[in-house]
Design a protein around this ligand. Structure first.
Ligand code: NCD
Length: 314
């Protein structure tokens, strides 16, 4: 099936068929990634530049490994030490890199919308690796692959997304993706961490973990994003853990075969306890493994023959 997109800026722009196409190809890369020889030549001769304006461990490493396994020349820009610090604007930095003729730019930026803006200025494919509180499409796709591989399907599941929803681009992208695939989504958070426009999302809202987790198939925990808070969102960390931290007792309200996920990095003992994070129902490490396969799939599709000569559209 064709994938007619020049960039991957958000789940917002993807159809149900696009999502299925990406996950099907990701499944075959997941198989390749289990072989001793993990190389394909889908990006051979192409140049990928990773521009991360926010700290990242797993996402940047995952994009780097994904590009290398597909045969691309991968370059990581150290954005913290870059010309931006000398006063250059985001667009000037992007135009300078664009003049080096990369084929793919992978961008993470603390401001919502910055990656879309950049995509309008350059003439290569742009992948959003997380922009502010807006979107993190590759995380939602790797979560979808993880759910589909564990549950055998990605529709008609009851999925709880719990914790700091207000500050989370992971939550936004997941709500869109899981909604497009026709799942029942429950959001569980204290009212202070629930986004104001929540009515628009077509989800059920809970502020109580026991009620919200009742009979769900998937429990998706979120990190408390302290760096995006300016105080006053939670009474205390102890109280937050008590009411919203996932432990065995709260998990017992979900279905007996419910799976547990977390995008990482985790605050152990705050949003999740170690015995659950490391327990037999946790798929937190398979999420990391699947992230590489999903990113390989997306990059191969964006660079595929059918995506050539597209008009400039997301
Ligand atoms: C997420 C992010 O950066 O948005 N992490 C990730 O990509 N693995 C979630 C988070 O930081 O909590």
């Amino acid at each position: 099936m064709s994938f007619a997109h020049r960039h991957l800026l958000g789940i917002e722009h993807l159809s149900q068929d696009d999502i299925t196409t990406l996950l099907d190809l990701a499944d075959s890369y997941a198989d390749l990634n289990r072989q001793p020889h993990k190389h394909s030549d889908a990006l051979s001769g192409l140049t990928q530049i990773n521009m991360f304006f926010e700290n990242s461990t797993r996402t940047q490493a995952s994009f780097e490994i994904a590009g290398k396994r597909l045969g691309a020349d991968v370059m990581n820009m150290a954005m913290q030490a870059s010309s931006i610090k000398k006063g250059e604007t985001l667009i000037d930095t992007a135009m300078t890199l664009n003049a080096m003729h990369p084929d793919l730019l992978v961008v993470r930026h603390p401001q919502s919308g910055a990656v879309d803006l950049l995509a309008q200025k350059v003439n290569c494919a742009v992948l959003n690796a997380g922009d502010g509180r807006h979107e993190h499409p590759t995380q939602a796709l790797l979560d979808a692959l993880t759910i589909r591989r564990a549950k055998g399907r990605l529709h008609r599941l009851s999925i709880a997304i719990c914790g700091d929803i207000a500050h989370s681009r992971v939550a936004r992208s997941n709500i869109m993706l899981l909604g497009k695939m026709e799942n029942r989504i429950r959001l569980i958070a204290p009212p202070t961490l629930m986004p104001a426009q929540i009515g628009e999302f077509g989800v059920e809202v809970f502020d109580d973990m026991e009620k919200g987790l009742k009979d769900v198939d998937v429990v998706m925990m979120l990190r408390l994003q302290k760096e995006r808070m300016d105080g006053g969102f939670i009474p205390s960390e102890r109280e937050y853990y008590h009411r919203y931290g996932l432990d065995a007792e709260k998990l017992a309200h979900a279905k007996p075969d419910a799976i547990v996920m977390h995008p990482g990095p985790m605050n152990r003992g705050l949003e999740i306890t170690s015995s659950v994070a490391d327990g037999e129902r946790s798929l937190i490490l398979p999420q990391v493994t699947n992230g590489i396969a999903v990113r390989m799939s997306i990059m191969a599709k964006l660079m595929g023959p059918q995506s050539q000569n597209l008009e400039s559209e997301p």
